[in-house]
Write a protein that binds this ligand. Structure first.
Ligand code: FAQ
Length: 335
């Protein structure tokens, strides 16, 4: 089913990876060539991609849950239709990403099992609860906004199927970000109670959104190698800074305050272009959430497990159908 390069094939050994092979592979990366599924690749390159794309796919699917929670309670038919479409888009993103990871020789079943038994992660952000309608606007504005900041550079990822999937994903995320901002703008210009509701949502989602970019560069285990392989194009801290610099003026425009007393414009930052200094991120909270102790972690995995078990009959039926078709094809070929 999968087209695999001999070197670096799943379960294969790294003993074939001569210095010459690794140098030739790096030269292709440095020349901005795309690596395709049939190409030979170092086993560690394949593993890094399976890890990152798999975790990205899980994040999209788990990410449907916090917003899905508000579909039945959206304040108007228009808002309900838009939210329904957005949540459906996230499901689509998960599917493109699982398909991209499958070209590396890992099945969706295996990836899902890794998620359910805790071997694979998903984004920390989806472990927080959605307490009010304003959270839906804030998620679009901040969470999709952070996702785009991180994913635009992934459109230039060295692995072809991931880069190509990201192009469509980013177009859709950009639309999501705007619908979120529009909800926030409506609430920020609404009644006193609506302004308070949206400020409260911003207070709760600001820091978790900054944590989406991953640990501080000094604690990022994969960044150096992923940058060398041009899987990542920017470090976690660089993207986080870009996000802060883009988002703070938007909050100011809305008349909302970013919950960071240490936030200051620094004209010397970013090589003299200016940028915001910000307060300390609570890394203990980040690692607690990443290790599965986020406020909604148990519910999220429980929901995914239930969906996986409830869908078992569909997978069985699809397999039985494929077997029947193959048998029929074999009979026809023999005639
Ligand atoms: N949460 O060495 P690094 C979305 C883990 S999609 C949980 O820096 P890396 C759309 C990391 O996996 C959101 N774990 O790792 C949407 C590693 O652990 P491992 C998801 C995290 O890979 C919107 C360890 O920490 N986006 O929101 C997190 O080089 C609205 C060390 O970290 C993507 O997945 C975290 N925040 O950089 C959906 C984008 N950060 O694997 C619905 C693609 C780090 O060794 C509604 N991924 N870890 O056990 C990436 O760009 C990268 O994987 C990073 C992390 C930047 C997330």
């Amino acid at each position: 089913m999968y087209a695999q390069g001999l070197i670096g094939k799943p379960g294969g050994s790294v003993s074939d990876e001569t210095e010459e092979f690794l140098a030739a592979f790096q030269a292709r990366i440095d020349a901005e060539e795309k690596i395709e599924p049939k190409d030979a690749m170092p086993a560690a390159y394949r593993r890094t991609l399976v890890r990152q794309i798999g975790q990205h796919a899980h994040s999209e699917i788990v990410g449907m849950l916090p917003e899905g929670n508000w579909i039945t309670r959206a304040p108007s038919l228009k808002r309900k239709a838009a939210l329904l479409a957005k949540v459906q888009d996230e499901g689509g993103h998960g599917l493109y990403l699982y398909a991209a990871a499958e070209t590396l020789g890992v099945s969706r079943e295996e990836m899902t099992e890794e998620l359910l038994d805790g071997r694979a992660k998903y984004s920390s952000i989806f472990n927080y609860p959605t307490l009010s309608w304003a959270d839906i606007g804030i998620i679009g504005w901040l969470v999709d906004g952070a996702a785009i900041m991180n994913q635009i550079p992934l459109c230039r990822c060295s692995f072809g199927p991931y880069a190509r999937a990201m192009i469509r994903v980013c177009k859709e995320e950009s639309f999501h970000q705007r619908q979120g901002y529009e909800i926030v703008m409506t609430l920020a210009r609404g009644s006193e109670a609506q302004r308070e509701m949206v400020q409260d949502a911003l207070n709760r989602w600001w820091w978790p959104s900054l944590m989406m970019f991953g640990p501080h560069d000094a604690d990022s285990t994969h960044s150096d190698q992923s940058m060398k392989w041009k899987i990542k194009r920017f470090t976690n801290d660089d993207l986080r800074q870009k996000f802060i610099d883009a988002t703070v003026p938007q909050a100011e425009f809305l008349g909302l305050s970013v919950p960071d007393p240490d936030l200051r414009w620094n004209p010397d930052k970013n090589g003299g272009k200016g940028g915001y200094d910000h307060g300390a991120i609570d890394w203990d909270e980040f690692w607690r959430v990443v290790k599965g102790h986020g406020p909604m972690a148990r519910d999220r995995i429980k929901a995914r497990r239930k969906a996986w078990e409830d869908g078992a009959w569909v997978r069985d039926a699809a397999r039985a159908h494929a077997k029947k078709r193959a048998a029929r094809k074999a009979v026809l070929a023999a005639e």
